[in-house]
Write a protein that binds this ligand. Structure first.
Ligand SMILES: [Zn+2]
Length: 263
């Protein structure tokens, strides 16, 4: 039997039998790892208040020689990110990011840069100084780069005109080509394209070019936030080939809150 001690983010947990939980962790050392937490259900309280979604933990996992899930031997909290679970909007965004990671990652493949990015955006989400939408744009843009799906904003995918030389202020995104199309060419590309202005594209490019702390402090205009969120929430699911259930919930919550602000 071998043991692994590592930092980890709890991505999801499901009940297993009468007493146990199966947890899926994003571990720093080995990437996505599912494990069985014996006697972890609330009635038994072997890990009281520890196995909460998005918590940053220190875990000890043991792996037997036989096939089967590793066993979660110990779990202690490094950072509970308590403010996230106290806020419905923050919870909805964190659930969406966690599901993207869960759907895209393969068990047992370390992704240290993605791990650092995830810890960074969850810390900032918990702190609450940066707007949640900006954090979501930052997370999704950098996630796309790390996952090898970085969008190409250099030129129109069809006529190859460079972004700076396109004379229109608004372009159309083209998820299937992995980039953008100018208005002259956008009739060719109608696969889930949304309007996106040049200004927004430039702000999206900056999220990848600067270090994480500086990137999170880019001042997005309200238009860039709207366009960036719309674009990314189509582009990212398209490229990972899955529709996250949590995105539906996130959209519904956003709609309700916008309606509340109006009246
Ligand atoms: Zn074009």
């Amino acid at each position: 039997m071998s043991a692994l001690s590592t930092s980890a983010i709890l991505l999801r947990r499901i009940e297993f039998g009468d007493y146990d939980l199966i947890v899926t962790l994003f571990t720093e050392a080995e990437g996505k790892t599912s494990a069985i937490a014996k006697s972890a259900k609330k009635s038994v309280k072997r890990f009281p208040g520890v196995l909460e979604p998005f918590s940053k933990l220190n875990v000890v996992l043991s792996k037997g020689r036989k096939k089967g899930l590793p066993i979660l031997q110990e779990a202690s909290i490094e950072d509970p990110f308590f403010n996230i679970r106290e806020d419905i909007v923050k919870t909805a965004y964190a659930s969406y990011w966690a599901e993207l990671i869960y759907l895209w990652m393969v068990e047992g493949e370390p992704q240290k840069q993605l791990y650092q990015l995830t810890v960074h955006v969850l810390s900032e989400l918990n702190r609450g100084e940066i707007p949640v939408e900006v954090l979501s744009i930052l997370f999704q843009m950098r996630f796309l780069s790390l996952a090898g799906f970085r969008p190409n904003f250099d030129h129109c995918h069809h006529c190859k005109t460079c972004l700076d030389q396109i004379k229109y202020a608004t372009l159309v995104s083209d998820p299937s080509s992995g980039g953008i199309a100018c208005p002259t060419c956008c009739g060719v590309s109608r696969n889930g394209g949304v309007k996106i202005s040049k200004g927004t594209l430039k702000q999206l490019i900056w999220t990848n070019n600067k270090d994480l702390d500086r990137a999170a402090r880019i001042r997005f205009t309200p238009l860039a936030i709207d366009e960036g969120i719309r674009f990314l929430e189509i582009f990212v699911p398209f490229h990972i080939g899955r529709n996250p259930k949590s995105l539906k919930v996130l959209r519904a919550i956003r709609k309700t809150i916008k309606r509340k602000w109006k009246f």
